[in-house]
Ligand binder design. Sequence first.
Ligand code: SPV
Ligand code: MG
Length: 431
Amino acid sequence: MKKVYTCFCVEVIHEGHLNIINEAAKLGEVTVGVLCDAEMIRYNLFPIKSLEERMEMISKVPNVKRVIVQKSIMYDDIFEQERPDIVVHGDDWRKEPKNSIRENVLENIEKYGGELVEIPYTYNDRVAKIDRQIQQKLAMPEFRRARLKKLLHLVPVVKTIEAHSGLTGLIAEKTIVASEQGLDQFDAMWVSSLCDSTEKGKPDIEVVDITSRLRTINDIMEVTTKPIIFDGDTGGLIDHFVYTVRSLERMGVSAIIIEDKIGLKRNSLFGTEVEQEQDTIEHFCEKIRAGKKVQLTSDFMIIARVESLILEKGMEDALNRAKAYVEAGADGIMIHSRKKDPTEILEFCTKFREIYKDIPLVVVPTSYNSVTEKELGEYGVNVVIYANQLIRSAFPAMQQTAIDILKNHRALEVDERIMPIKEVISLIDTL
Ligand code: SPV
Ligand code: MG
């Protein structure tokens, strides 16, 4: 009997999967590799069922002889371990970025021998409906809200990118790249006060009211499934903050980050160039406690943002405040800096981790942007937020196009570098 291998990263078994297994069984004895959770996430498939449940589901399918865990989306370990005679896969992996997995299989076949058999992919209304049902489940508030806490256990660093509209939400949701190590994508979205305000042509001073901010979140939620971390600025008055917590939690937002400033809030990247007042530890702790008291689920997180380094109050102040906020019930700490190099952030992380091993740490490497996610992870960072790069890339591109049309009195000159209309209209899926 030939050893036939196929990998599954699915939540339900539909007729297309059964077809692949049945075809594989005609070629020999079938082993199915079930992709582990961490790799499912990198593949942009957040697991709804646990690994054990997925393995059990597949082991019940007729014609499956063995079920094993596949630990990487790439097949190197599988070839080394299993030496399959035949790898079977649906033929839907020829386009980017999935083609890198296909190439990896072909490279391994060249190295170890074997054969690749591709089965025509089944796509019909029934299969499409199942795909849509899974997407819908992922988008439901209960599931989306809980996803951030799950991610904190599943990935080394939660890679988070800002979204300020449905369109940027789609970019955060769907962008996926391939490298030799496998596939990669963003894990979560940051609804930045800076970008949400900028998008509306307003300064980042809490002038965009909460109703409007919630509408932005709703636009993003309509077209995405990934978890949302909301930039709650100062959180406002405590009496108002509790309502914000309730609204966000009900919508399915996973976390709010509030910063320890009071009065007219200005963007942190101004630092001490403008007047900004830090809240007292006592008052800010009261706000955290009030928020924690009203939330109804254990999934929602209130993360406290320490502005001591931004306001040049020193490392000791930053650490004291972080400790006080954790003791008041904060589910995580965000530490911010506007220095060009990450030294003070890394020092804070090292010292914080000496006290708290597990409290999530969040950073926003806008100024100190040479540091990598991996390096930050090694210092105990759990969430890295790319807070404003999408709006900063869109704005100059749009501005240049406006300038060029004005200069040329026509749009011909800009046409080459802008997205073809055909692509724009097919960018958005219809139901
Ligand atoms: C935001 O994105 O709005 C933030 C991060 O709060 S920062 O702009 O760096 O203050
Ligand atoms: Mg902000």
